[in-house]
Design a protein around this ligand. Sequence first.
Ligand SMILES: C[S@@+](CC[C@H](N)C(=O)[O-])C[C@H]1O[C@@H](n2cnc3c(N)ncnc32)[C@H](O)[C@@H]1O
Length: 378
Amino acid sequence: MTSTVTNNNLQKYIPVIGALNSKSGFAYQLTRGVTAIANASQMALAESYINGLEIPDSLVKGTVNAVLPIFYKYFPSLLVPYEWVLQESQELAESSRELMKVQYDLPEELFDLMLRESELIYPKYTMALWEKGASNILEAQKDMLDDVIEKLDIKDGDNILDLGCGFGASCNYILSKFPNVKVTGLNLSHIQCEYMRKKMQDPQSALSSDRFTLLEQDFNEAVFETKFDKVIAIGMLEHIGNLTNALEKIASFLQDNGQAFIHIISIRLPHNIWFPFLEKYIFPRARVWNYDQIPLRNRHLKTINQWYINGSNYRKTLSSWLKDFDANQDRIKTLNYGMDYERFRRMWRLYLLCCIAFFEAGNGQVLGNGQYLLVPNS
Ligand SMILES: C[S@@+](CC[C@H](N)C(=O)[O-])C[C@H]1O[C@@H](n2cnc3c(N)ncnc32)[C@H](O)[C@@H]1O
């Protein structure tokens, strides 16, 4: 205990080693300088790869696997590429339109093929749960949805809001399972909403029920007249820059006896982190929040339960996505990405490969998913 305190005190004055948020003036500035060099090196490597540099997958994964645990353990400060990663933004979600263009409004068929779909499990673009013995991605996604239902204690008759509902995977699953629930899905992605609108016309789909309401809308602008029994946000708060205000807004959507369930990529390091390549090419203005941020910022709510889901579940999920991305090249290469396909393919594979390695490093104990059950403050 005493030696940890001494180490923390010392690290305040030593550049680069240890957490960024504990550093004093000079050590902080020098750390930022070294981070700028690390950012530039990472971007130069990533862009060379995207532009055609041949590096085998095993070398990409092997390098990240060798380097990242060292960063996690000794140099977490170098994983803060921009100052804003540590701070809350003015707006709830920043650059949402840009995010849709770069990521969520890519062709639907890319996601159908990569994420897979069945009659019950629509494409789900978040961690699947493999720990319960699933043998494929659809089973693992079903296990994750069952786990959410259990933890949030969804009951037939609940009125539920799903924030950032993607292609409607959880909406459809919950509506299929409970004959009297009502679900409202909110999503800013036009392409994903178009997928759900098609399902709303299909009598076989639970989304065609009048118990489902779809809102194509930005979370920044969302207001509701009715209050909900349950609010779910699976994989959306990564795109939120101001957690305090977002949680306040979620609290305002809930009944007095309601409950919110938040599922988010999170890091068990002293502070938030982010990756410059993902920022520029894949998920603009996202952050990986530190695992304790939600309970720390839940001013209008109270966190009554919290779970850490090991990153190996995301490693397996991403590995399945990469396999299906590669296996379906015949179709995927014909879709319109607004750029040269070979460039897109390399960029997309690098994203998946790096994320596999990010979640694998540290045996999934550092980067994983956080789940939080929250109730209104009485
Ligand atoms: C990682 S996906 C998760 C989707 C879904 N919950 C799932 O598990 O498959 C994030 C979702 O949040 C939506 N989203 C991101 N920012 C948003 C915003 N500002 N307003 C509404 N939806 C947003 C995206 O369009 C996308 O559907």
